[in-house]
Design a protein around this ligand. Sequence first.
Ligand code: PMP
Length: 366
Amino acid sequence: GEALEGVTLDDLPLREDLRGSSPYGAPQIDVPIRLNTNENPYPPPAALVADVTEAVREAAANLHRYPDRNAIALRRDLAAYLSAATEVGLSEREVWAANGSNEILQQILQAFGGPGRTALGFEPSYSMHPIIAAGTRTEWLPAPRRGDFSLDAARAAEIIAERRPSVVFVTSPNNPTGGSLPLSDVDELVRSAPGIVVVDEAYAEFSSRPSAIHLLREHPAKLIVSRTMSKAFAFAGGRVGYLAAAPAVVDALQLVRLPYHLSVLTQTAARAALRHADATLASVAKLAAERDRVAEALLGLGFTPVPSDANFILFGSFADAPASWKSYVDKGVLIRDVGIEGHLRVSIGTPEENDAFLEASKEVGR
Ligand code: PMP
């Protein structure tokens, strides 16, 4: 034990470029109200739980065999969902799936980024984009948003044209700030890009704007739209993310994916969960209405919520955000300090959880 514990990172032949970096670290603290990782606060309905259980029970009889390496049936189901949601016809050839959209993004950088290549994103945005870039040795190019966290698309297009990144990340709605982009802005960014543009639509179901999937036919060699079952689908624990793109993009990702990356259990459970999509997605309208109620209430309490099209709200202002974050935790409410000065981010929960958060907000130090 002691001999093993005595070894530190400094004793290991770690890659030089990883020295001094920190892992992704949303705190997992056991408190009554957890509003820190943008999950759907509603547990899956009993019928879904029963269906997943039965499907996994049946699949367990064949666990001595590897899963379908290409997850065809799951991709077909996801394509059917996307086609219905966007009214853009997609087949399983145009959809790829992985263990969370994080793995989707990693496979994209493994195939299209890497040593000697660059990836650009507009900060503040999802903290995993630069971390996945670092892991794949893709040089990260941070680009700015406006002071109010919105994206100046014309300026962004100029930066893309100047820096010529191999991969551009556009997050819409953007995490952690909540704003989304009109299709015309996304189109302008894709036109300015020499390489791949990934539109990270993890929160698309909560947004009132159309999906970038509508632009795929126009930019088949450039555009990738990334999605997840972790948020609206209430399936964060199941770990399934996916993308829509040209079949050639799927072919490219098959060069870097690990064989059998999606277990039989994951594929089976995800397909069963998708059969109940109408029930899980029924929470989306409730959450969007709650989001607007919470934003209004925060405004009434003298806070400045950033306009959000997602299931979370970034809000200020705090003189000492880390201290205020701690004071929420002391009141049993876990929200997120995303490292933006003066601001904290709250995920939208059930009405009761949101009320508890708002009560705590009346008492925290600003
Ligand atoms: N993209 C964005 C913008 C996110 O906020 C998240 C989750 N926090 C993800 C991707 C990854 O989620 P998952 O791997 O669970 O699909």
